[in-house]
Design a protein around this ligand. Sequence first.
Ligand SMILES: [Zn+2]
Length: 192
Amino acid sequence: MRIVEILFYGEKQVKLVVEMPEPGRYTTIESPHLSKLLFRAFPHMTRHRCHNDIRASFKREARATEIPHLFEHLTMELQAQARPGTNLKGETQWNWRIDPVGRFHVYLNYENELLALGAIRLAERIINALDSHQIERVDTSAEIEKLKTLADMGDTLTASFPLPEPLTPPVLIPKTRRSFLRRYSRRKQEGK
Ligand SMILES: [Zn+2]
């Protein structure tokens, strides 16, 4: 997977456009090793909450879910590990009536902008490393220590330069297409 767009907007929210390079391989059904390796590396993620169509736990949902949905949960997990007590939510959407197959929109809220950005980039690396069975190339403990440093820098930055008033959130789907959303799009929404 790759992140092709990162947009910070509104009141501590970030929207990502994520693309799966192989349109026929974007779920854990085609890549069952991914969720297994993810939970092995991050056992706490088995306790994540997840709101999905089948009312399954995240652990159960992860057996057959979209890879960007795993990525979404991992960004939250990494932020929480760097800053325990962080309260986060995320949502993964797609609508292939409008977008090319394999493109996902991931929405996250955050408490610390630099930490969020670091966690997003680290989660992307980890998902790809797990997918290619090369997680040993990422020293996750050392990377989480770096995230803690980033979080401290984020606190300093916010204290020095208060954020401006939030902008209006982006309108992503034209109103005339909204009727399609009910029939052709799916979404996952949850809290950590
Ligand atoms: Zn979820």
